[in-house]
Design a protein around this ligand. Structure first.
Ligand SMILES: [Fe+2]
Ligand SMILES: [Fe+2]
Length: 273
């Protein structure tokens, strides 16, 4: 997976897009609790998520894997030994360190740090820190909407709103803040790409909203946050998170919030059900 991503990013046909490489970076891992992994002694099969294979030409493995089931071979449920074990009561930065892809990890930290260094209010900094959170370990498609929904129970309504609308605002320039249509989008989608009507409508709605600039500023700090030579310690955001993100005492995933299942999906991404 990593090598595929790296080779895509190194593809010279993409030009000199200012994207970071995908080399693993050192991320402190909390000491794992010395506890056996579940389903001991049996082979644990992983069925890829249906949406990941849809339309790709990759075979759907559901039927073949069901056919391989036996008393010694079951479907994975619970901690996957191939992933770092999460703490029992995980906090926001645990997901950054232990689950997010390298690119999203660095992008979110850089984006938030750029906003912080520019003297932006904390609501902008936290919005930048969370704006692409679904890309980290859940889903890229409709990432503004997913990201907003994941964090909505834990941030202000304004921050969640801004995160949702940044997806649409990225397609539309705003000269008042020096935001132009991203060059990278010409590379990603082709120079003639037109966003669909629902995105254009979201842009019009956002423009007319009192929180427009909160969302717009996410796109401003989004643009410059894909460098590979910038190392940011996530702990620099501890205070901002403490004041702007309600960490549940039970841990993210276990607090019964309307989006707890999304956090659990990132903790145990390979669960069969
Ligand atoms: Fe985004
Ligand atoms: Fe972004």
């Amino acid at each position: 997976m990593r090598s595929i991503t790296a080779s895509l990013l190194n593809d010279t046909r993409l030009g000199n897009i200012p994207y970071m490489d995908d080399k693993p970076i050192s991320r402190a891992t909390p000491a794992a609790e010395p506890e056996a992994f579940p389903q001991h002694g049996r082979e644990r099969m992983i069925l890829p998520q249906p949406i990941g294979a849809l339309g790709t030409g990759q075979p759907n493995m559901e039927a073949p894997l069901l056919a391989r089931m036996s008393p010694e071979r079951v479907f994975m449920m619970g901690d996957n030994p191939a992933l770092p074990r999460m703490p029992k009561a995980p906090k926001l930065l645990d997901f950054f360190r232990l689950r997010f892809s390298e690119i999203t990890y660095r992008h979110l930290l850089q984006s938030a740090k750029t906003a912080l260094d520019a003297g932006q209010e904390e609501k902008i900094v936290i919005a930048c820190l969370l704006h692409d959170i679904s890309n980290g370990a859940l889903l890229r498609t409709e990432h503004g909407y997913w990201s907003a929904q994941i964090v909505a129970p834990y941030v202000s309504e304004e921050v969640a709103w801004a995160i949702q609308y940044h997806q649409a605002l990225r397609y539309f320039a705003d000269e008042s803040v020096g935001f132009k249509y991203p060059d990278t989008y010409n590379h990603f989608f082709g120079p003639d790409y037109e966003p669909p009507e629902y995105i254009q409508q979201a842009h019009r709605d956002a423009r007319a909203h009192r929180w427009y600039m909160t969302s717009r500023l996410i796109t401003v700090y989004d643009l410059y946050s894909f460098q590979d030579n910038v190392i940011i310690d996530p702990e620099v955001f501890t205070d901002v998170i403490g004041r702007n993100f309600r960490e549940p005492k039970e841990g993210l995933g276990f607090d019964g919030s309307p989006t707890a299942h999304m956090w659990r999906t990132m903790i145990w991404p390979n669960n069969f059900l």
